[in-house]
Design a protein around this ligand. Structure first.
Ligand code: NAD
Length: 299
């Protein structure tokens, strides 16, 4: 039996790049897929149905089943309709992969209100809206006595989690997604839903031309390396893994460790009496991790 036989998935932003690879990999391993993609530019302008339609055609050409959804993931009502579409078309929903995203990079002093709002909306609300509506579907299934063994896989970013300069909007949104992942894992575990996130590194239109790559570096940035982990996380085999964030690319997978409680001191009502002790606990605390800390993952 295939890894994902009988399972139904929604993949957002599945018309291109990573989402396309996730949708194809899920279908290759037996899942039926709702292929969502608004078809916008990399900075979020415009709309085009063709990318989603082409992915559905590719899945059908390999003998799989898929359906197009071209709605904006950050539209609350459309996210609900997307969940309903999966259930009406394929009879169930088991997997939600939140992947859609845009970039509008700028140093924070120059960032406009619209650049902030649009990036935070697509990533953060565009993750929460499908999570909310899918979770409500699974809650009703669970209440009706039908067993739920469902998966949410969100997309965060190492450049956001490790505070890459020039991406204040993106970092705030992706950091929010990482914490939302941990919170959702805690809230939804009791109804049979696991929630994890990936921080991918891939060669897509989002990262094209950022730096020169050797042929090996380019090959290891093929989205398929990441899609394989997503497909496993989407499967029944991953039931014991929840609330985790994985860095992923063709050079390897690693678990990003969470915020930790650090060194402590006694509190005071007097700000003039604490400077030395604050200096001591800051000195004892581990430095914030840099983007390239995992050197084995960054040849
Ligand atoms: N490529 C990387 O190295 C990298 C690194 C870290 C994180 N990510 C994240 O991975 C995800 C996929 O990125 P990618 O590199 O494949 O980019 P991409 O631009 O190739 O694909 C993103 C897709 O999302 C779609 N989309 C955008 N806004 C949408 C909306 N509101 N509703 C529905 N669809 C929408 C676009 O039409 C596009 O097809 C993003 O969340 C991105 O932030 C990518």
């Amino acid at each position: 039996m295939s890894l994902l036989e009988g399972r139904v998935a929604i993949v957002t932003g599945a018309g291109r790049g990573l989402g396309r690879a996730h949708a194809l990999k899920l279908a290759e391993h037996g899942a039926k897929v709702v292929v969502n993609d608004l078809g916008s530019s990399a900075t979020g302008e415009g709309a085009d149905q063709t990318p989603a339609q082409e992915v559905v055609a590719a899945i059908e050409a390999m003998g799989g089943e898929a359906v197009v959804n071209t709605s904006d993931v950050s539209d609350w009502a459309a996210a609900q309709a997307m969940v309903q579409q999966a259930v009406e078309r394929f009879g169930r929903l088991d997997i939600l992969v939140n992947n859609a995203g845009i970039l509008r990079d700028r140093m924070l002093v120059n960032m406009s209100e619209d650049e902030w709002d649009s990036v935070v909306k697509v990533h953060l609300k565009g993750t929460f809206a499908p999570v909310h509506h899918a979770a409500n579907h699974w809650r009703l299934e669970s209440k009706a006595g039908r067993p739920v063994d469902a998966r949410i896989i969100n997309t965060t970013s190492h450049s956001a989690l490790f505070a890459n300069i020039g991406q204040a909007n993106y970092a705030a949104a992706k950091g929010g997604i990482a914490t939302l992942t941990q919170l959702a894992a805690r809230e939804l575990g009791r109804i049979g839903v696991t929630v994890n996130a990936i921080a991918p590194r891939a060669q897509t239109r989002m990262t094209e031309g950022l730096r020169e790559l050797t042929p090996e570096q380019e090959e290891r940035r093929d989205p398929e390396w990441i899609a394989a982990l997503v497909a496993w996380l989407a499967s029944p085999e991953s039931r014991h893994v929840s609330g985790r964030i994985f860095e992923a690319w063709g050079f390897g997978y690693s678990v990003i460790e969470s915020w930790q409680h650090g060194p402590q001191m006694e509190a005071s009502r007097d700000p003039t009496a604490i400077g030395e002790s604050v200096g001591r606990i800051v000195g004892f605390a581990r430095a914030n991790a840099g983007i390239d800390r995992n050197t084995w993952l960054n040849p």
